[in-house]
Design a protein around this ligand. Structure first.
Ligand code: OSB
Ligand code: MG
Length: 374
């Protein structure tokens, strides 16, 4: 494919309810959407960046800058045989993984359309449906959280993940367990603790949690290994794993027994598949995380989650968990058995509702081959 133009957009759409984590509270979903034009087709991708650098170092502004001024020029006007080539083209550009993932996703979408094959087929996925869970934020009161959990368990979600932070942890999980003794439950600290807080995790160890996600700092592989050695509950790493080789190192060090895979955090679908393979080769189960993606990013995540080593339910909730109206049609829906269907269409574009994308666009710029800023 020869890339003729790339259109970047910042989109902003309201979440159905605010999402609060140890690092902050989001009322609106932000993203940079990438539309890549080639051979009469348009491919769509999402860089699910937030307004502020709280989860990782990226923001809407950094993704915009790096896409516009550095990443897009590495592929614009060039011939690409396969989306996997893109990663080599921008190998000299450090980090900015969400920006890279957004552009790479648009190329995967173009490729899927040209080949007439689904993203699942392109990555070698083996499932038609994937088990899904729901990720719930910190609520004003425990009673509010209990109501949320009740609602999503009733809808059929297979497991519940709740956010924790110092002061909102052991007592909250104890209450959840008292009300929902059977529900598969896990917690996510988003790096809010240090090894000095090990007692918190030793206390959580008695609640039969599926895993504890990213308890310590993103660069604390050694301390995560020390913590994991003290727990029966598997430690799962999210923020710490930004490259396939991070997964190898974390596994070798004993820093975790489970890995959360997000294409956006890893710099794209290709790196996500590679990380899956690294973990599979070492017998370490993975699951697909999320960044509150719109349907555009979510459909790609669903294709990824159809790979065989995705053994735990993903943060791949239905469109209506996040938005009044998603940017895709049909939306992602939860099946009665707590699964979501892996898309069978050739790529994401057939489901993109351009009219709705238009309505939520707050900034746009079209970059054309030959008129690329240097
Ligand atoms: O740590 O997994 C996380 C959302 C934004 C940033 C970080 C995280 C999350 C979630 C939401 O947990 C998962 C989802 O998309 O449903
Ligand atoms: Mg997480």
């Amino acid at each position: 494919m020869r890339l003729e133009a790339v259109e970047l957009r910042v989109v902003e759409l309201p979440l159905r309810f605010p999402f609060e984590t140890s690092f902050g509270r989001e009322e609106n979903k932000h993203a940079v959407l990438v539309a890549a034009y080639a051979d009469g087709l348009v491919g769509w991708g999402e860089a699910p960046v937030m307004g502020a650098p709280l989860y990782n170092e990226e923001t809407v502004e950094t993704a915009w800058h790096v896409l516009r001024d550095f990443l897009v020029p590495t592929v614009l006007g060039r011939n690409l045989e396969h989306p996997r080539e893109a990663r080599r083209r921008w190998a000299h550009i450090r980090r900015h993984h969400m920006a890279k993932a957004g552009l790479e996703a648009a190329l995967w979408d173009l490729h899927a359309q040209q080949e007439g094959r689904s993203l699942r087929e392109l990555v070698g996925g083996v499932r038609n449906r994937v088990e899904v869970g729901v990720s719930l934020g910190i609520e004003p009161t425990v009673a509010d959280l209990l109501r949320r959990v009740e609602e999503f368990v009733a809808r059929g979600y297979r497991r519940v993940k709740v956010k924790i932070r110092p002061g909102w942890d052991v007592d909250v999980v104890a209450e959840l367990r008292r009300h929902f003794p059977q529900v598969p439950l896990q917690v996510d600290a988003n790096s809010a603790y240090t090894l000095e807080d090990a007692a918190v995790f030793e206390a959580l160890d008695s609640f039969g949690l599926l895993l504890v996600e990213q308890p310590l700092g993103e660069d604390d592989l050694v301390d995560h290994a020390k913590l994991q050695a003290r727990l029966r509950t598997p430690v799962c790493l999210d923020e710490s794993i930004v490259h396939p080789h991070d997964a190898r190192k974390a596994i070798e060090l004993g820093s975790c027994r489970v890995v959360n895979i997000k294409p956006a955090r890893l710099g794209g679908l290709a790196a996500a598949v590679e990380t899956h393979d690294v973990c599979a080769a070492r017998g370490v189960p993975v699951w697909c995380g999320g960044m509150l993606e719109t349907g555009i990013g979510r459909l790609l995540n669903l294709a990824l989650a159809s790979l065989p080593n995705f053994q735990l339910p993903g943060d791949l909730s239905a469109s209506d968990r996040y938005f009044q109206e998603d940017l895709i049609d049909p939306p992602v829906v939860l099946q009665p058995d707590g699964t979501v269907e892996v898309p069978v269409e050739a790529g994401v574009a057939p489901r993109v509702r351009r009219d709705r994308v238009e309505l939520v666009t707050v900034r746009r710029e079209r970059l054309r081959a030959g008129s690329t800023p240097r």
